[in-house]
Design a protein around this ligand. Sequence first.
Ligand code: NAD
Length: 473
Amino acid sequence: MSSSKQARFFESVQRNFDRAAAHTNIHPGLLAQIKVCNAVYQMNFPVKIGDTYQVIEAYRVQHSHHRLPTKGGIRFSHLVDQDEVMALAALMTYKCAIVDVPFGGAKGGVKVSPRAYTAEELERITRRYTVELIRKNFIGPSLDVPAPDYGTGEREMAWILDTYQTFKGGEIDAAGCVTGKPVNQSGIRGRTEATGRGVFYGLREAFNDEKILKKIGCTKGLAGKTMVIQGMGNVGSYAGLISQKEGDVKIIGLSELEGTIVKEDGIDMEAALAYRKEHGTILGFPGSTTLPDRGDWVSIECDILLPAALESVITIENAHLVRAKVIGEAANGPVTANAEEVLLKNGVVILPDMYLNAGGVTVSYFEWLKNLSHMRFGRMDKRFNQNTYGNIVSTVEQLTGKTIGEKEKTILTKGADEIDLVRSGLEETMVNAYQNIATIYHSNPKIVSMRDAAFVSALEKVANDYMTLGVFP
Ligand code: NAD
């Protein structure tokens, strides 16, 4: 991806912003304030790699301080630049607003290709980056809370936490300085799968939305719908696994760095992930055909195209090739603003990133709340509920003279564990947000896309927050 292409990402976000803003009554001055990035911190630091020192370029951008802390993932990629991090930080502000997560938007980026470094070197880079953030007050449970993104995961979050605690050991809420941590290091159950699971809930809602179904000419429900996924990392793998297991979706194509495969009778996602782990490639997966070009995933005929790798992969050059009914933006910014115009003309429905992949930040919010409360969800009420439900079942048995089977009794009397509560909270969040966006989309014929509707929803909430703060009258 060229730097000029990257430069278009922030511009793309701003263009989408302007189009949606025209559908609101928000004061132009307030819109201008919402649109800009409040703070951009670019840093360069040396890290010892092998026998030499490398100067690493990195960023943390806080897009909006209307709510604190700010929140957003940290990306490790050789494509990172300031424009990209600014675009991603802006998307975080809108994303948090859409799912009613009370944070401002932020994003971090470190310009390294993780595959080019050993784990030890990556640890040194991550810890040094964290120190730079601490020095400038760009990290902290009440200031700015990073999370995983492309190229990072719970391992990096654990290094960040450990570094933060080393410097700020006396802070009682220090564990809330970062989310996406391993469960045994103040993380929360269900965070790793959260973005992918949220993608599944969003798709499920869209395929139950009669007006959307009429537009794309599809039958109700996800079962049997065909899906093609680009990127088998955190988001793509869980979105695929959960859509297949809980939604009965048929995955017919997978694309990764090494190429794209298709299998018309369906790919078992779990088997495909295991195959890639063992062989280091998806190519050669039993029963599959490899397409001539890696980029051919875009033109596979399917119901759902799921870009889950990086931004700007569906552009003006290939948008006309898309033969999907719905594009689910599991990744951030996979469809450029120019491409979207072509796709909308061709009747493709795009479920926008700022809604569809908001499951990650939603569960990060739950993790942060858990860290501040210093207690696992479900600890206080699980057994109490279990006993209450047990008493109800016994009373029903006594009153009816009938006995409920052991299996049914276990289901009826179950108290909620942390994972049950996290999944339930995530589902509730994604369903509510969908209804909110869909209501805006279906009720105003001038709003031509779900993205514009999502933006309108976000802008109104952020503007309202600014006015509540008294920043704007
Ligand atoms: P990841 O690093 O776990 O996985 C990304 C995958 O994409 C990798 O397997 C990589 O090999 C693959 N990939 C890269 N370039 C590709 C290409 N040209 N063709 C095919 N595959 C390619 O990253 P992730 O955390 O899954 O993030 C993916 C996207 O989702 C990013 O846009 C990220 O910003 C977004 N996102 C992530 C989260 C999260 O919780 N991790 C939350 C919201 C949004």
